[in-house]
Write a protein that binds this ligand. Structure first.
Ligand code: NAD
Ligand code: TYD
Length: 360
């Protein structure tokens, strides 16, 4: 791993990964390709550990000419593919962009990599890798007694987002099987941590609770997710890049299964402790709102394979991760304010919440 192309590196996980990798690998160079959609922030890339090994390119993963130019110009040997439309609620209101970005974008990257690496043989084959970042949502929903998702759980995506990610996973698999493209895939659970766009549950609740606004909980709040602190996710991707077996997929998770309601309550309690102002007790701000259509009830992820084969396990407990995340948002209120002021953000909040407000 010398010259790494990271797609979607101005978003939440990608930007955390760039900070992580520049620190962990003192000899690699990174090209970050990002289209700067609503979810991106160039501020996420402030204070990088070493700017001399980092280049930002604004562009779209569906732009075949641009991708090929970048692969050639920087002699890319490793692609770590994060770029995606990533919010389930947005995929319900507007699925088409998810299909274009997540499916056609992944296809474009795979096909350009195949040409550059396998047809032009521009980099020694032993050095190349396409790593695809995917989600546990491709496995669908579990009942309360089902075993956790393993790497062999059949795909059963339920939302347009999950279906588009499942499609992209299948394309990655097909390029490995048909053309011998050296790939690895990680399917991870819900991430949280610094720099997450505040329309996802945890940052939305932190910022609303901080300023005394309603805390919207969909349906009965008894849905269950596995929550992975983003630094733990970065460490998992790093270990898979270094030691993962070509062609394998690895499930990555945080080893916890709280209900959404208990996550919201924990955030309220932590904030009450850290900011004991007029909004205490913040639990009174919780508001049950109309449920998400087709809302998956439970996700749980079995990390036995990555643990046994590569020695990875999450380091952060949910409580430690939440505390660190809350502190980051409290220390970066200016970052949050700049997102809140964006027109697109205001439009989204009114689209997603105003209509469902108060309805069960
Ligand atoms: P994000 O929405 O915060 O960031 C996505 C980034 O991709 C943004 O910077 C955006 O500008 C960029 N992007 C979107 N379309 C693009 C295009 N056509 N060309 C170039 N760049 C484009 O997402 P995230 O939460 O950081 O997720 C990153 C990846 O991890 C995604 O593939 C997502 O499916 C996967 N994932 C996320 C989670 C999670 O909890 N956030 C969990 C599992 C898997
Ligand atoms: P989200 O952060 O959107 O991630 P995902 O849908 O990919 O799991 O949502 C996490 C959970 O929180 C999910 O069950 C939906 C729920 N949720 C709420 O209850 N209220 C909200 O305002 C949001 C955004 C999500």
């Amino acid at each position: 791993m010398k010259n790494v192309l990271i797609t979607g590196g101005a978003g939440f996980i990608g930007s955390n990964f760039i900070h992580y990798l520049l620190k962990a690998e003192p000899h690699i160079s990174i090209v970050n390709l990002d289209a700067l959609t609503y979810a991106a922030s160039v501020d996420n890339l402030k204070n990088l550990p070493d700017l001399s090994r980092y280049i930002f390119v604004e562009g779209d993963i569906r732009d075949r000419t641009l991708i090929e130019d970048l692969l050639r110009k920087y002699t890319i040997d490793t692609i770590v593919h994060f770029a995606a439309e990533s919010h389930v609620d947005r995929s319900i209101l507007g699925p088409e962009l998810f299909l274009q970005t997540n499916i056609m974008g992944t296809f474009t990257l795979l096909d350009a990599a195949k040409r550059f690496w396998l047809e032009e043989q521009s980099v020694p084959k032993a050095e190349i890798r396409f790593h695809h970042i995917s989600t546990d949502e491709v496995f669908g929903s579990l009942s309360s007694t089902d075993p956790a998702f393993s790497e062999t759980t059949p795909y059963a995506p339920n939302s347009p987002y999950a279906a588009s990610k499942a499609s992209s996973d299948h394309l990655v698999r097909a390029y490995a099987h048909t053309y011998n493209l050296p790939v690895t895939i990680t399917n991870c659970s819900n991430n949280y941590g610094p720099r997450q766009f505040p329309e996802k549950l945890i940052p939305l609740i932190i910022l609303n609770a901080f300023s005394g606004k309603d805390l919207p909980v969909y349906g009965d709040g008894q849905q269950i997710r596995d929550w992975l602190f983003v630094d733990d996710h970065c460490a998992a991707i790093h270990v898979v890049l270094k030691h993962g077996v070509i062609g394998e997929t690895y499930n990555i998770g945080g080893n916890n299964q709280p209900t959404n309601l208990s996550i919201v309550e924990t955030i309220c309690d932590l904030l009450d402790e850290l900011v004991p102002d007029q909004h205490v007790p913040r639990r009174k701000l919780i508001k049950f709102v109309k449920d998400r259509p087709g809302h998956d009830r439970r996700y749980a992820i079995n990390i036995g394979k990555v643990n046994a084969d590569l020695g990875w396990a999450p380091k952060y407990s949910l409580n430690e991760g939440l505390r660190e995340t809350i502190q980051w948002y409290l220390d970066h209120l200016e970052w949050a304010r700049s997102v809140h002021e964006k027109r697109d953000y205001q439009k989204w909040i009114s689209q997603n919440y105003t209509e469902r407000d108060g309805k069960q």
